[in-house]
Ligand binder design. Structure first.
Ligand code: MF3
Ligand code: CO
Ligand code: CO
Length: 266
């Protein structure tokens, strides 16, 4: 047996008051995503969507969590509020001078906090008229997120979530990205101890408990699930085969009454 080089990270369970605090940030995130979805259209510049996100968050007195955020997995801090990922960019595309075109799909990922409590959510939206295959990719990816969220219950495991997502995605003829996962969230954007893979076996992995808060976020390729980076871009994660990629995400709490979605606007 190998010695652990690091102690098993402690998972920070949240009280119902803390979950309410996260839901306040979640309302700002969810509402802002809806506004961005409404604004995303043929001819719109990605930089205008970033500006709209900042304006909308300010209205809620919410702070953009990713602006200046330095994740452990990167060499450099992130410099924007949103991640905007077009077509074969699955996640972490950056706002840049680029006009959306008819038939594109656009991933919009937004993380914000109020009083230091974070919420994180993403959608992928069609721009103009998209191909039937693109439309199916968006539908199946979103459905897989809902099936995963449904498993976020006391006594279930992370494997139950991953298995539900993977099964639906693969039945749809698509692939999950195996190297990327959801994450614990709270007073940090990425909290250790809760890696929510988009694949797995039912009953396997970390047991879920009341008070856990994490992001369920399927990242799906229309083709194969291998990823790559561009030479000149440390951020965008692209499909290796150039196929379309989609991403949906909600921040979820495990509560006595089942999964509570903190980033949903109702
Ligand atoms: N919102 C992303 C997530 O779902 C994180 C943003 S990428 C970062 O985990 F580099 F800015 F962290
Ligand atoms: Co996110
Ligand atoms: Co996330």
């Amino acid at each position: 047996m190998l010695l652990r080089t690091r102690p098993k990270p402690e998972i920070r369970l949240k009280s119902s008051g803390e979950i309410d605090a996260m839901a306040r940030a979640g309302l700002a995130v969810g509402t802002t995503l809806q506004r961005l979805k409404a604004a995303a259209a043929v001819g719109v510049n990605l930089l205008d969507l970033e500006a709209l996100a900042l304006e909308s968050l300010a209205e809620f007195q919410a702070k953009p969590s990713l602006l200046g955020y330095h994740p452990a997995f990167s060499q450099v801090p992130y410099a924007w509020a949103t991640c905007l990922s077009v077509n074969d960019e699955v996640i972490h595309g950056t706002p840049r001078k680029k006009l959306l075109r008819d038939g594109d799909i656009l991933g919009i990922d937004l993380t914000a906090n109020i009083d230091g409590w974070h919420a994180d959510s993403a959608i992928t939206v069609p721009i103009g008229q998209v191909s039937p295959r693109a439309a199916k990719l968006l539908k199946v990816t979103e459905e897989s997120m809902w099936l995963g969220i449904e498993k976020a219950r006391n006594g279930n495991t992370l494997g139950d979530i991953g298995a539900a997502i993977q099964r639906h995605v693969e039945r749809g003829g698509f692939s999950v990205l195996k190297n990327m996962c959801g994450h614990g969230i709270g007073q940090q954007v990425h909290e250790p101890g809760l890696d929510v893979a988009n694949f797995g076996r039912p009953g396997a992995g970390q047991k879920l408990q009341i008070g856990m808060t994490f992001c369920v976020e399927p990242m799906v390729a229309a083709g194969r699930g291998d990823m790559k980076h561009r030479k000149d871009d440390v951020w965008a994660v692209l499909t290796k085969d150039g196929s379309l990629g989609a991403h949906f995400e909600h921040t979820v709490a495990v509560t006595e009454d089942g999964p509570r979605i903190l980033t949903q606007v109702v």
